[in-house]
Structure formats: C-alpha cells, structure tokens
Ligand binder design. Structure first.
Ligand SMILES: [Zn+2]
Length: 179
C-alpha cells in the first residue's frame, strides 16, 4: 500500500521484532479487507524494485477523488486516520502524500491507535529529527521514514546526524529512499 507503513509483526528469520501496535494493525487490515472486493489505483510506478505491486486500495470505487472521498473510501487513508500506520513517502509515488501527512497529523493530535501508546512507541519517523539511519551490516543508510530503515535489527542500527557523516563513515545511500 503506497504511502503508509504499518508497525511490524514479528519475523524471527529477518531479525525483526514485533513493534507496538503491529498485531492490532494486522487484525484491523484482515478484518477490513480479507475476502472483500477492492479497487486498486496505481501511481507512477506499478511495482517497486522488489517486484511488489504498489497501490492505493479503495473500498469503494472513487468518483471525484476529493479529500472526503479519500478519507472515507481509501484504505491507505483509513490506516493513517485510525492510527494503524505512519506515513511513508517514497518518490515518485506521491499522488496523495500531502493528504496522508495531514491525516497522520490528525490521528496523532487525537491520540488514535499507535499515537495513543506510551511515548516513543512509534519507532521512527518524525520527519528528519533522527537524521539518517544506517545498517552496520549492509553499510547502507536511509531516511528515518524509509521502510527498510525500520527493518534494521536493533544491533545493526546506527544513527547519523547528517548525510555527510554517513558517507564519511563509508555508508552508501539507499536506492529506495534516496537519502
Ligand atoms: Zn531506504
């Protein structure tokens, strides 16, 4: 789903631990989507570099594409509005990126879902405050809101204050988030 990142459920083989609200996000998504008919809207890229289909998932077919319609009928937006996901903007698929940021802000202000958890529950992504995140094993660095940054095992996770610092340390930029 374009533009959103849900907290992880555990993937022991990938070294990923369950993140707060991961299970709730999975249950919510299963309940709302499993066995349902949906309409997929694509953006600029049909697939990411890992071959995954990239789409906006509409619960009912959109007509005008107005903000109200996005709020009520698009599942990507529902995840943000109900606090089950954080915004994850990946160029060039940014058709609804500004709206998504607005929806996330609303959810945060209202303490919805993961935003109502104890402080520091959402693991990352406050828009640049964390600088850049490196993976000590792969020597790749990311923007903090990159999906791949959020999958780095804690013992491999390195923080940099700037791009320059990461480059000087011998890290190369992620090809997904283009830090
Ligand atoms: Zn990245």
């Amino acid at each position: 789903m374009i533009g959103v990142n849900c907290p992880e459920i555990s993937h022991p083989d990938l070294g990923i631990k369950e993140q707060p609200y991961g299970r709730e996000a999975k249950e919510y998504t299963t309940k709302r989507l499993l066995g349902k008919k949906v309409w997929l809207e694509l953006d600029t890229q049909e697939r990411d570099r890992y071959g995954r289909l990239l789409a906006y998932v509409w619960l009912e077919p959109p007509s005008s594409g107005s903000e109200d319609e996005v709020r009520s009928k698009m599942f990507n937006a529902r995840l943000l509005l109900d606090g089950y996901a954080q915004v994850m903007t990946v160029q060039p698929n940014v058709k609804y990126a500004d709206l998504f940021v607005k929806f996330q802000r609303e959810a945060r202000e209202q303490g919805k879902g993961l935003w109502g958890l104890a402080p520091a529950a959402p693991s990352t992504s406050k828009g640049g405050e964390a600088g850049y995140i490196g993976n000590a094993r792969s020597k790749v660095f990311h923007r903090p809101d990159c999906e791949w940054a959020q999958k780095i095992a804690p013992h491999n996770r390195v923080e940099f204050r700037s791009r320059e610092e990461a480059l000087e340390a011998g890290y190369r930029p992620c090809e997904v988030c283009n830090p």
